[in-house]
Write a protein that binds this ligand. Structure first.
Ligand SMILES: [Mg+2]
Length: 397
């Protein structure tokens, strides 16, 4: 089959706030083929900037848009997806946003190929089996310990056995303030549930500040301390990880969602001393690049975990990537109220089974379908025009 069209849909809630909540807007990408099939993907990046990477005028040989690289191309095999993902990378070699933007098309290519070949994506990318994962409810800290406790109670009420609290006031007050937040989360969850803490890069390059939290949070049975430092502070990460290990502090160090191309993730896995590498399929360039990270993590003995704070289109994309690795047994699972989480693919989605676990769907492609009514309801109308020539105009889904 051939790629006939790439359609871009910018969806957003009516009001966007400054909370660290990635489910407020999205760029959804649809690929249509000449045999009447379609595949879908979602990017985790600024929708408008990413759209430009699909349609902007050529600057020179290394700044050519994604549509130019993909439309009209043959797509019949996994090798074709990898070839086309690489072609888009070469065409957009000097476009900083390329990996974020092309993620949507890469995911959509895997989805449509799966439908074409009647295989789930996890099989197409080389996995022999699909293992179930424990989903952790991924939420933001409340504004104070009392509000955090309420959120923890609601997670227990929804029968999650694992949760991650992040961002919000974490790291913005004293050490004691931070401990009180995590204590509230632990009190609400009970001691049997897994608890993770996401510091949202708040300590920058300050290893001491991060280490003090690692020690305190370990006492509260926290599985990992995530993004205590900025992604590019690889040396500081290594100093922190070494100190944690040398002193026998029982907590993992996690990071990697800020890795927006393969080499950055590889750098963190090789040089930062991570115990967990967290990859966002919608940022790092799609399923193709995420799978490379998962394979490398497996070689290095680092646990791969998805980073996902978007719709079930992204949840499905993310879990196919590491479905076949039994030891990668945890998965981030967004549980916020945004209609762009469950609504974008309703009634399909990646839901928990009777044991509270989730698995990559076995149906062809990603195994979820986009709900066009939700797209219509939240679609932003965009027109990109240069010198009177319309490069892009939003269309009806
Ligand atoms: Mg995070």
């Amino acid at each position: 089959m051939k790629i006939e069209a790439i359609d871009l849909f910018y969806v957003a809630l009516p009001e966007i706030t400054r909370t660290a909540d990635g489910s407020q807007d999205s760029l959804v990408v649809r690929i249509r083929t000449d045999n009447g099939l379609e595949g879908w993907g979602e990017c985790d990046a600024s929708p408008l900037i990413s759209m430009a990477a699909y349609v902007m005028p050529m600057s020179h040989s290394n700044v050519i848009n994604i549509n130019e690289a993909l439309i009209g191309e043959t797509l019949d095999s996994p090798e074709d997806v990898i070839r086309l993902r690489n072609k888009a990378g070469e065409y957009g070699l000097d476009i900083q946003q390329l990996d974020h933007a092309v993620a949507g098309a890469d995911i959509a290519m895997w989805d449509v190929l799966g439908k074409h070949l009647a295989e789930p994506v996890w099989k197409l990318i080389g996995h022999e089996a699909s293992y179930r994962k424990l989903p952790y409810a991924s939420v933001l800290f409340g504004d104070d310990p009392a509000e955090t406790r309420k959120i923890a109670d609601s997670i227990v009420g929804r029968d999650f056995r694992a949760a991650k609290f992040g961002w919000g006031p974490m790291g913005r007050g004293s050490l004691e303030d931070d401990i009180a937040l995590v204590q509230a989360a632990r009190d609400g969850l009970g001691f049997d549930a897994k608890l993770m803490v996401d510091a949202g890069v708040i300590w920058g390059d300050n290893v001491d500040a991060a280490y003090k939290r690692a020690v305190a949070f370990a006492d509260l049975g926290v599985t990992w301390l995530e993004e205590p430092l900025r992604t590019e502070e690889v040396g500081a990460y290594k100093a922190l990880s070494d100190r944690v290990r040398e002193n026998g502090v029982k907590i993992g160090i996690a990071g990697g969602e800020g890795a927006d191309f393969y080499r950055a993730a590889d750098d963190m896995m090789t040089n930062a001393g991570l115990d967990f590498v967290q990859i966002d399929v919608g940022r790092i360039g799609g399923i193709t690049e995420s799978k490379r990270v998962a394979d490398r993590a497996h070689e290095l003995g680092i646990q791969y975990v998805n980073h996902t704070f978007k719709s079930h289109l992204s949840v499905a994309s993310a879990i196919h990537v590491f479905a076949g690795y039994e030891e990668f047994d945890l998965t981030e699972y967004p549980v916020g109220e945004s209609p762009l989480i469950l609504g974008l693919t309703a009634p399909t989605g990646v839901f928990r089974d009777s044991n509270g676990l989730i698995a990559a769907p076995d149906t062809p492609g990603l195994g979820v379908e986009v709900n066009l009514d939700t797209l219509r309801q939240y679609q932003r109308q965009v027109k990109i025009e240069v010198d009177g020539e319309v490069l892009f105009e939003s269309q009806e889904p």
